[in-house]
Design a protein around this ligand. Structure first.
Ligand SMILES: Nc1nc2c(c(=O)[nH]1)N[C@H]1C(S)=C(S)[C@@H](COP(=O)(O)O)O[C@H]1N2
Ligand SMILES: [Mo]
Length: 358
């Protein structure tokens, strides 16, 4: 089972993790495609030092014809470019009580980049999956120790998920080369799932005949109600809406200040379980809700813009909230106790923005 440390105060380890793994400033929600450098980062171990000129990806395991592909060979294959919204499964963890000690994300573990690469499926078909293959295992070059186990960062996908047409091996981001910190020379991009699935710095892809039981698969990334609970695996992104905090901030508290009158509140919403059907806005801490207007989605696997014309007449203290509901009928928890789980995964509790009007 996962060993999870909890704390009320932020620890030195959490501050260290937060500095290594920056989030997207929420004003970045204004851009349909997150500019390079604003997209969040999550790097468990160290960024590996790799030479793209000698780089090779191996495809093996339970396949008929194992393959080795250089970066040039990968780039010569059919090319696709698509916007994919990515979110770390640890988002919202810092709001939980007790709080698991890991990357202390609040709301900023997000980004929507335009990824360029080649589809995975034809490569697996070329290698020829054997009858007994049940999962595809993706292994990164980065290595470290977690849960007392030395490991390369690696995760698997069931065959039907790995064979989805939109699963790609990416070597480009936002029209340029893939930045080192985002997985250069090559990373996996799996739309709709939380970010841990999209393995960076790919070393090998292997078809396996038994479900993968590694730390990042079987121990971490489970929704557990207690440390003994076997739990359920974390997979697709829960519905989530976030807003650009309106007005101007207080430097330290981040409390917002706006003037009496009309204020356009805007943001983005997404879900890995179907399109976002509805976004609601509240200016009274979630007691009453109004319908926000939805824009055109940036892409099938991207996010959708929403906006709300808030006409505030009374000076005073407010708390702004926003929540999304998707085509599967899933929505967001209003209270963080509803979203609590041992590892602090998939926490999509509604954003709360304290604001004073004068
Ligand atoms: N090899 C490797 N791949 C990885 C990780 C990692 O630490 N090593 N982190 C994962 C997690 S938890 C997330 S949320 C995403 C983050 O991708 P980004 O840093 O490009 O935003 O990468 C995933 N892929
Ligand atoms: Mo993550």
């Amino acid at each position: 089972m996962a060993k999870i440390t909890t704390s009320q105060e932020f620890t030195r380890e959490e501050v260290g993790l937060a500095l290594r793994n920056p989030g997207m400033p929420l004003e970045g929600l204004r851009y349909p495609i997150t500019p390079i450098g604003m997209h969040y980062l999550l790097i468990h171990f160290d960024i590996p030092f790799l030479d793209p000129t000698t780089y090779e990806l191996t495809i093996g395991g339970r396949v008929r014809d194992p393959l080795r592909l250089t970066l040039d060979e990968l780039k010569a294959r059919p090319m696709v470019t698509m916007p994919v919204m990515m979110e770390c499964a640890g988002i919202g963890r810092a709001y939980l009580s007790p709080r698991p000690i890991s990357a202390p994300w609040h709301n900023e573990a997000i980004g929507c980049a335009e990824w360029t690469g080649t589809p995975l499926r034809p490569i697996l078909e070329e290698a020829g999956l054997l009858e007994d293959a049940v999962e595809i295992l993706f292994t990164g070059h980065d290595r470290g120790i977690d849960q007392d186990v030395e490991q390369n960062y690696e995760r698997s996908l069931p065959l039907d998920e790995a064979l989805r047409d939109e699963v790609i091996l990416a070597y480009g981001m936002n029209g340029g080369p893939l930045p080192l910190q985002h997985g250069s020379p090559l990373r996996l991009v799996v739309p709709e799932w939380y970010g841990m699935t999209s393995v960076k710095w790919l070393k090998s892809i292997r078809a396996i005949s038994e479900p993968f039981e590694g730390v990042q698969q079987a121990v971490l990334y489970h929704y557990r109600q207690s440390e003994e609970d076997p739990g359920t695996p974390v997979t697709r992104k829960n519905p989530h809406a976030l807003m650009v905090p309106p007005g101007i901030p207080n430097y330290l508290s981040r409390t917002r200040h706006v003037r009496v009158g009309p204020t356009l509140v805007e943001g983005r919403a997404w879900s890995g379980w179907g399109s976002v059907e509805r976004v609601e806005f509240s200016s009274d801490g979630g007691r009453t809700w109004g319908e926000a207007e939805l824009g055109e989605p940036v892409g099938h696997y991207a996010w959708v813009r929403w906006s709300y014309e808030w006409d505030v007449r009374e000076p005073g203290e407010y708390e702004l909230c926003v929540r999304a509901t998707d085509a599967a009928g899933k929505t967001q928890a209003v209270d963080e106790t509803e979203a609590w789980n041992v590892g602090g995964y998939g926490v999509n509790v509604v954003q709360r923005v304290p604001l004073s009007v004068s």
